[in-house]
Design a protein around this ligand. Structure first.
Ligand SMILES: Nc1ncnc2c1ncn2[C@@H]1O[C@H](COP(=O)(O)OP(=O)(O)OP(=O)(O)O)[C@@H](O)[C@H]1O
Length: 317
């Protein structure tokens, strides 16, 4: 697998002098071709700043970014970005198809080719029948699909996504997450997605990079040990998912540089599987203990309330 993105010693400071604010602090990582890497970090830690540096929208104050080996010093032609706010990224006076075609105008291709690419991308995102509608005639989730189609139509070397599903309702969010993984698996796209939602980072990612509080630095880089094909209910219930999300939550809530955080980051992959085994064993023990207790207390507990099993829906907002 070749390296698509290299971030080396990246720093970014806003302003100067006493009012200077360091948003990103010495970040280094790579993303391999065909990988979907998620970056998760607390609100305000510097995630968007990192994406702006990677996309060439701002020049970092230190370090460098390379896309397929070329130093980024402006917005690369073969990079696309999907933002959270779909309503501001689509042109309301253009039809859906014209919106998707829009960035292709700067590519050397005929009108017919542009149209074909746009229709193909709309099909990838499950919107084959809306090409002549206007964005304001679509639901929020459909508009975000159009934004994704517009990014994919360019066949970018790297797709950056900044909290792409944060503005849609929970069910639409699930649908869009599944759509993204399907598209990524089918097209082999390389994607770097930023989110502050722990569950989303684990569900979507082949890998999760955990950032510290501001200024952003990398606390851990964890491979996601889940099958490529994921399903909202069974994947989220799986042992590997639950273990991993706990690991990420622990890392996010440990102060950077704390012994807990550095201990985990040093042995990221092995920690996940080791703690998975330990938790499995603990769960087995707890289950058999509970069964024994239930058996012995069942005679004495006649008339008492039924046990309630409560599954807490995770929400890391
Ligand atoms: N243009 C700017 N000038 C000065 N400071 C800025 C600028 N943009 C961001 N910052 C500051 O840099 C820090 C990181 O901001 P950034 O938007 O990158 O964080 P984030 O992790 O994406 O936040 P959120 O999760 O809330 O979207 C914040 O303290 C923010 O106030």
């Amino acid at each position: 697998m070749s390296t698509m993105l290299e971030v080396n010693g990246l720093n970014h400071r806003y302003g100067g002098g006493e009012g200077a604010h360091v948003a990103v602090n010495d970040l280094s990582f790579t993303v391999e071709t065909g990988q979907l890497a998620c970056i998760v970090g607390p609100s305000g830690c510097g995630k968007s700043t990192l994406l702006r540096c990677i996309s060439g929208l701002i020049t970092p104050t230190g370090g460098e970014v390379k896309l397929h080996g070329d130093k980024v010093d402006g917005v690369p032609e073969d990079l696309a970005v999907v933002f959270q706010d779909y309503s501001r990224s689509l042109f309301p006076w253009l039809s859906v198809r014209q919106n998707v075609e829009f960035p292709l105008r700067w590519k050397k291709m005929s009108r017919a080719e542009r149209k074909e690419r746009a229709l193909e991308a709309l099909e990838w995102v499950g919107l084959p029948g809306v090409s002549n509608k206007y964005p304001w005639q679509l639901s929020g989730g459909m508009q975000q699909r159009v934004s994704i189609a517009r990014a994919l139509a360019r066949r970018p070397a790297l797709l950056l996504m900044d909290e792409p599903f944060a503005s849609v309702d929970a069910q639409t969010r699930f649908d869009l997450e599944d759509l993204l993984r399907q598209v990524q698996l089918r097209n082999g796209s390389t994607i770097l997605l930023v989110t502050h939602d722990i569950d989303e980072s684990v569900y979507l990612g082949d890998r999760v990079l955990v950032l510290s509080k501001s200024p952003a630095s990398i606390v851990a880089d964890l491979p996601v040990d889940l099958p490529p094909e994921r399903e909202q209910i069974s994947t989220r219930e799986s042992f590997a998912f639950v273990t991993m999300r706990s690991e990420v939550a622990r890392l996010l809530h440990s102060p950077p540089g704390s012994s807990a955080a550095s201990a985990v980051s040093g042995v990221a992959a092995s920690t996940v599987s080791a703690s998975a085994e330990a938790s499995a064993a603990a769960a087995d023990i707890a289950e058999s203990e509970a069964a024994e207790k239930a058996e012995s207390s069942s005679e004495a507990a006649v008339g008492e309330n039924d046990n309630e099993t409560r599954t807490e829906a995770s929400n890391s907002h």
